[in-house]
Design a protein around this ligand. Sequence first.
Ligand SMILES: Cc1cc2nc3c(=O)[nH]c(=O)nc-3n(C[C@H](O)[C@H](O)[C@H](O)COP(=O)(O)O)c2cc1C
Length: 173
Amino acid sequence: MKSYRLLYPMRTYLVVAGRGEEANVMAADWVTIVSARPFMVGVAIAPQRHTWKLVKKYREFVISVPGVDMLDDVWIVGTKHGPEKLKETSIELVPSKAIETPSIGNALANIECKLVDERDYGDHTWFVGEVVSGSAREDAFSGDRPNLEAGFLAHLSWTDFVTFENKIYRPGR
Ligand SMILES: Cc1cc2nc3c(=O)[nH]c(=O)nc-3n(C[C@H](O)[C@H](O)[C@H](O)COP(=O)(O)O)c2cc1C
């Protein structure tokens, strides 16, 4: 087993980069919160990815949260390269609120980021973005926590994905 699998299951996200005809989407597991205030997120992208070039070029990106209903599209954008693949998917690119990089209209949420830092570690580049705006579906994010019935997607191993059981565990009970 690859040693990084010890950190799995990990949530799977979509990264949008580029604009207009150049707009592209890839799948990414290696996404994290870097700072709460200001809200900053990081994503590790390998230099072979077309998305890597677009983040470098436009210095912005969107992290989208797919539902398990988008799994076939996640797989396409996670295994094929460049904007042509989007024609094979039902991904709806829609204007973002604060940046030129589009968001994904049929995702559960979109986090719009302006690139503030980048650093190469081994075979990936960590891109850190400051979150400048975003959007979220109310049925997936209302009250003080995400609604598990929305079907958040997590990655188990190469072709295997899971979603969350709708059961809450609390310490001390
Ligand atoms: C579930 C899943 C998660 C992935 N996570 C990452 C990741 O975190 N970083 C990365 O560089 N590539 C990741 N990939 C690979 C890219 O999504 C894949 O190489 C994609 O085809 C790149 O598209 P692009 O060349 O159009 O940018 C992942 C693939 C899948 C299927």
